[in-house]
Design a protein around this ligand. Structure first.
Ligand code: MTE
Ligand code: MO
Length: 435
């Protein structure tokens, strides 16, 4: 099944509106489209301002959104990805596609804040990465070939999870992509260590942060970068922080940053700049777009659901919290009475390791231990499995709960509400019927 926003408009316009606009327009008159704010948002989705908007008839759906002739498919990506938004592109796999130990390149979620560089304009032979900034000892550029030749090539399994993964469950709802559980993946990334390159350039003693820039463009067509984030120098200098050109021994998919990207495992994936062409070494916390304000930040102290929080009371998200997924079976599995159910999945814990994995079939009243593997390397997700018995026929849910090396467990239900809907690490659950 190919799912796209165009198809969804044809089948279920109300749902499509909710996905695109975060609310429901009147499905008959589509009056919502004609409101000023909706028009502004619509120009984003259409890829340009609707010039004669004042003449656009009530009751019509813009042809740029609806009834596309072509089946909607993301180039280089698995056809079963769920497309949350197509301008910019945001798509996630259902949990069962994340079953392999290493996430296949075409399955890895896509989170774009802007318009990627056009595929046919990208030439890996001439691609350069420039390092500069007030705390760089010099400005220096490297071609892709130079990076490959001059620095030790390393391959590591690293977990990337969008800070907003799980946002869909927050109430009151948070604006933004309504990620379910699939904005996460762990693959074998090959490249060079960010620190080797930074050291080759030379860092001044006042260096505290790095910031990345990529070749994607702002959706409004302006010159500002759609996103430019970074990490503190200590994180940048870790042996696992990579400048990567390959995933699972293939080139990067276009939508995941071809031909070069950062991979900063364990931190919000927004730190892992795609289509990477510039890194700044900063003498202060990087101040690029989406580093400041409320982006990728949570209240420094817990707040009541729905509360407004001042920018100065929001803190930058660093290591992601402990979390796990059930990747087999699919929710809705059926077994016969007396049979056992085999389950498996992955667990990860930001900068930490997962120490224990448990499952419950009684909504968290009791927990049984699962078998848990060690990570392939630091910051890789860990595989787990279990075999469960059920006392009698009926409907059950299996809940999975990981515990990190500091003893912190996933919450059973959605954790602390926050304005932008980040860091939902509630236990994943699937439905199981015993018949
Ligand atoms: N240049 C650039 N880098 C970017 C982004 C982007 O929009 N542009 N999105 C960031 C965010 S918010 C996430 S979650 C990850 C997603 O990486 P993926 O699309 O390869 O899964 O890329 C990050 N790096
Ligand atoms: Mo993200």
């Amino acid at each position: 099944m190919k799912k796209g926003i165009h198809e969804l408009y044809a089948k279920d316009p109300k749902k499509a509106d909710e996905l695109l606009w975060g609310r429901t327009a009147n499905p008959l008159t589509r009056r919502g489209f004609l409101q000023k704010s909706a028009l502004a948002a619509m120009s984003l989705a259409l890829g340009g301002r609707m010039v004669f908007a004042r003449h656009f008839p009530e009751g019509l759906i813009p042809a740029g959104l609806a009834f596309s002739e072509e089946p909607f498919e993301l180039p280089g990506k698995h056809p079963e990805l769920i497309v949350l938004n197509d301008r910019p592109v945001n798509a996630e796999p259902p949990a069962y596609l994340l079953d392999p130990a290493q996430t296949p390149a075409d399955v890895l979620f896509v989170r774009n804040n802007g318009i990627p560089p056009e595929r046919n304009t990208i030439n890996p032979a001439t691609w350069t990465l420039t390092i500069e900034g007030e705390s760089a000892r010099q400005k220096k550029s490297y071609t892709l070939a130079e990076l490959k030749r001059r620095f030790e090539n390393v391959s590591l399994e690293l977990t990337l999870e969008c800070g907003g993964n799980g946002r869909k469950e927050y109430n009151p709802p948070a604006k933004g992509n309504q990620w379910s559980v699939g904005a996460v993946g762990c693959a074998a990334w090959a490249g060079v260590r960010l620190r080797d390159v930074l050291q080759d350039v030379g860092l001044k003693s006042d260096a505290v942060y790095i910031g990345y820039y990529g070749k994607d463009r702002h959706p409004n067509g302006g010159p500002e970068a759609p996103i430019s984030r970074g990490v503190p120098i200590q994180k940048a200098m870790e042996a696992e922080s990579l400048i990567a050109w390959s995933i699972n021994e293939q080139e990067l998919p276009w939508l995941n940053g071809y031909p070069l990207r950062l991979v900063i495992g364990g931190w919000p994936a927004s730190c892992s700049g795609k289509w990477l062409d510039r890194i700044l070494i900063r003498n202060k916390v990087h101040d690029g777009p989406k580093m400041e304000g409320q982006s990728y930040r949570v209240p420094c102290e817990p707040v009541a659901p729905g509360a407004k929080v001042a920018d100065e009371d929001m803190c930058i998200i660093e290591s992601m919290p402990v979390k796990s997924l059930i990747t087999y079976p699919k929710s809705g599995a059926m077994i016969r009475e007396g049979q056992t159910l085999k389950l498996r999945g992955h667990a990860w814990a930001g900068d930490l390791e997962v120490k224990e994995m448990h499952c419950s079939i009684d909504f968290g009243q009791s927990w049984q231990p699962c078998q848990l593997d060690k990570p392939a390397n630091r910051l890789a997700w860990q595989h787990w499995r279990a075999e469960l018995s059920f006392p009698e026929k009926g409907y059950y849910e299996v809940w999975a709960r990981a515990t990190d090396s500091k003893g912190i467990m996933q919450p059973m239900l959605v954790p602390g509400w926050n304005p932008k809907g980040y860091l939902n690490n509630a236990c994943h659950r699937i439905a199981v019927k015993v018949v």
